[in-house]
Design a protein around this ligand. Structure first.
Ligand SMILES: Nc1nc2c(c(=O)[nH]1)N[C@H]1C(S)=C(S)[C@@H](COP(=O)(O)O)O[C@H]1N2
Ligand SMILES: [Mo]
Length: 471
């Protein structure tokens, strides 16, 4: 692999000292122009949700792969990516064990190698789709990928050290250094998940050495669980006899476990840590608002279901009235995603709402309404994609207006406000096309809109009072 190595600190722990931390932050700040420099591995066609630290989303067309190529795999890092020197790197096991120990990569590679395919999905994937908006990276569909991971069983490593009776959970710490006064990214998994034979410490991804952005040289694979448990750049593992109380367990990555009213705040103490991923499908063949000619159309995407196997994917092309089974092809083991496809022959030119709905062997299926929660986690509502089957594209209307234009033009008052107040305008949430039609109606009803002023007025209205979340 191509790795620009910084000199790692002299201690064996693999931790970065304070000086290294400042140096790293300065280097990262200097690298504003090239996000790729930070991760080390070249990525392709990514949506940049944040350039520093690097958070990259996969685009819809890249859902076509059974196994997501590394160059398209999403990246989520809270802190800057640490560059680890393998010669200095060690894995230290401590806590509730009879023999605390330190492993080199060579030690780990002598142990039995296991390989599995699993979806890795960020808990916040789909956050942007919640109607009551939530803070955080505005992921849409692509904070997810299907990887082939190889390494050693965590249970094998822990059992070498002898797990002591009072152990209840296992803490993972990576080599990444917090930015500013942010808390360290440390996470625990309960002992039963840690000892599960499918929970592994991976040093390979898709048959290659684990890439820097994805946790080189070692990361946790918690198959079927949300990405926040998949700690990257692991250097330290501690077996605990009580619940860890760090920020990323006790405040972040918690879910109410029941429906709460959209927009409300919930005390983290009343929520629980995220664990298993939910059943979910993605329509990747078409973007919402696609215009396609009349004829046979292939709809396709992927679906996954956390820890319970996927049993079916169904497709509706009539707003959810009727459902037909999609062809489903599994791409590896119970934790991997399946590719689905559906040959659709629309009967006529029309606007269709296409939906996909996955079902698990355990009988779970996707809700139609997203289950809102304060941090916008675990979005798995039925995806709906509007497709215009039209041989002649319809007149555009969905385009947002000039976003810079928020001040009312002078004529606004003298034309619109003559007959009515602004309240009737302020409650509208209209596309540009809809505003055009409203303005034309007002002209028919007597508003004195000069032709040369019409488009400026429509621009203003559709920008200021255009499509936006309801209050
Ligand atoms: N050390 C460390 N591990 C981490 C993170 C991090 O910021 N630091 N981010 C977590 C989150 S929130 C997710 S979704 C996954 C993303 O993994 P990826 O970047 O390999 O796709 O890594 C997890 N492991
Ligand atoms: Mo995440």
């Amino acid at each position: 692999m191509t790795l620009k190595l910084l000199k790692a600190p002299s201690q064996n722990s693999g931790y970065l000292g304070k000086d290294d931390m400042h140096r790293r932050q300065l280097l990262a700040l200097a690298a504003t122009a090239s996000a790729q420099l930070i991760s080390g591995a070249p990525k392709k066609d990514m949506i940049v949700r944040a350039a520093r630290p690097e958070d990259l989303e996969m685009t819809l067309p890249n859902f076509r792969h059974a196994i997501t190529p590394i160059e398209n795999f999403f990246v989520r890092s809270h802190h800057y990516v640490p560059k680890v020197e393998l010669n200095d790197w060690r894995l230290a096991i401590s806590g509730q064990v009879t023999t605390p120990a330190t492993f080199t990569m060579a030690d780990l590679k002598k142990m039995p190698r296991v390989e599995l395919v699993s979806v890795l999905e960020c808990a916040g994937n789909g956050r942007a789709l919640y109607e009551a908006t939530v803070p955080g990276l505005q992921w849409e569909y692509g904070a997810v990928g299907n990887g082939r991971w190889a390494g050693v069983r965590l249970a094998d490593v822990l059992r070498r050290c002898g797990i002591k009776q009072p152990a209840i959970e296992v803490l993972f710490d990576g080599a990444d250094v917090p930015i500013g006064k942010m808390p360290e990214f440390k996470r625990t998994v309960p002992l039963n998940k840690a000892l599960h034979p499918d929970t592994i410490l991976a040093y390979e991804m898709n048959g290659e050495e684990l890439p820097v952005a994805h946790g080189f040289p070692l990361r946790l694979i918690a198959p079927g669980w949300a990405g926040d448990s998949w700690v990257k750049w692991v250097t330290k593992i501690e077996v605990l006899d009580k619940e860890f109380d760090g920020f990323f367990m006790k405040t972040a990555y918690r879910h109410p476990g029941k429906n709460v009213s959209p927009g409300s705040a919930v005390d983290p103490a009343k929520m629980s840590p995220l664990t298993s991923l939910r059943i979910k499908s993605v329509i990747a063949s078409h973007q919402d608002g696609a215009v396609v000619p009349l004829g046979p159309i292939k709809l396709w995407g992927v679906a996954w279901s956390g820890e319970s196997p996927l049993s079916a994917v169904e497709v509706s092309t009539d707003n959810g009235r009727s459902w037909r089974p999609a062809a489903v092809r599994a791409s590896g083991g119970k934790y991997g995603w399946s590719q689905w496809s559906y040959e659709w022959k629309p009967g006529q030119e029309a606007y269709y709402q296409v939906m996909a709905r996955a079902r698990s062997a355990g009988g779970d299926s996707q809700p139609f309404v997203p289950e809102w929660n304060p941090s916008g986690y675990a979005h798995n509502a039925v995806p709906t994609v509007g497709i215009d089957v039209a041989n002649t594209p319809p007149a555009s209307g969905l385009k947002p207006a000039n976003p810079a234009l928020t001040e009312p033009p002078a004529e606004f008052k003298s034309t619109c406000m003559v007959c009515h107040g602004s309240d009737v305008i302020e409650q509208q949430r209209l596309t540009r096309g809809q505003w055009e039609r409203e303005v034309d109606k007002m002209v028919r009803w007597g508003a004195d809109v000069k032709p040369e002023f019409r488009s400026q007025l429509v621009d203003f209205l559709s920008n200021r009072w255009g499509i936006r979340p309801r209050k």
